[in-house]
Design a protein around this ligand. Structure first.
Ligand code: DGL
Length: 275
């Protein structure tokens, strides 16, 4: 698949249930300052992590169709839950467009980062139930042991702007403390939900400096780089910038987005859309 030159200047499409994927958008912006980004947060239907695979697939297909309709050259499912359930369906619906998910990237980073092979994947209930991470890590490192821990409250803390502080620390201790203690302690924590990197300082204070914290965003940015080069779609002109869409509460979304992209100003424009 080779994209034609006019398509090279099309934006990179990024999608998550809410603000979590902004951690991925920020990594992409950092790696490709000249690329335009289109970001969709499906805030009206958040959280995805507690929903059935069928529902998440339906939502992800709608989000992909929306971004495709606006014109994009590559799509990043910046949501582990959507990647775990819907990556194959989205790829099948858009065979002529590269689609990159979070799980393959996270598994690759974890398999490389862990020394002991004892890996904890912190994710949503849906991602855990899908078994996507254990399968992807086993394919790369068959001797690894993968302990999946659903941490649904982390999503709410991140969305509420409470990702750092005593509540986040208590939650982190209660979900993850035991897995990082004793002789069989894990040495690697995969932040298997794009909201979770926002809890990194609290996680560090609770778990200490020893465990590797794997944030899939940088690895996804690397994969996007290689996919764009493979299809000859590096940008021809320097455009840059991000356009934001949300399916609910655009003002709230704008406030959060401003923290990730300070050059957009205090109140970046967020277009309210219906999928
Ligand atoms: N940020 C999403 C993920 O990476 C899910 C959060 C949610 O909607 O439950 O899994």
């Amino acid at each position: 698949m080779t994209l034609q030159p006019p398509q090279n200047d099309l934006p990179i499409g990024i999608f998550d249930s809410g603000i979590g994927g902004l951690t991925v958008a920020a990594a992409l912006h950092h790696r490709f300052p000249a690329e335009s980004l289109l970001y969709l947060g499906d805030t009206a239907r958040l959280p995805y992590g507690t929903k059935s695979p069928e529902t998440v697939i339906r939502y992800a297909l709608q989000a992909a169709a929306f971004l495709r309709g606006r014109g994009i050259k590559i799509l990043v499912l910046a949501c582990n839950t959507a990647s775990a359930h819907a990556l194959a369906a989205v790829r099948a619906a858009h065979p002529d467009m590269p689609v990159v998910g979070m799980v393959e990237a996270g598994a690759e980073a974890a398999a490389a980062a862990s020394r002991s092979g004892r890996i904890v994947v912190a994710a949503t209930e849906g991602t855990c139930r899908s078994g996507a991470y254990p399968a992807a890590i086993a394919a790369l490192r068959p001797t690894a042991t993968v302990n999946q821990i659903a941490c649904p409250m982390f999503v709410a803390l991140a969305e509420e702007g409470l990702a750092d502080g005593p509540i986040a620390e208590d939650m982190a201790r209660s979900y993850l403390g035991a897995a990082f203690q004793g002789d069989q302690a894990a040495d690697c924590l995969v932040l298997g939900c794009t909201h979770f990197p926002l809890l990194r300082p609290a996680l560090r204070r609770v778990l200490g400096d020893a465990p590797q914290l794997v944030d899939c965003a940088d690895e996804v940015a690397r994969q996007v780089d290689s996919r764009l080069h493979a299809v000859g779609a590096a940008p021809a002109g320097a455009i840059g910038g991000i356009r934001l869409f949300s399916t609910d509460t655009p003002q709230r979304f704008a406030r959060v987005a401003a923290r990730f992209f300070p050059d957009l100003g205090a109140a970046p424009a967020v277009e309210l859309v219906d999928l």
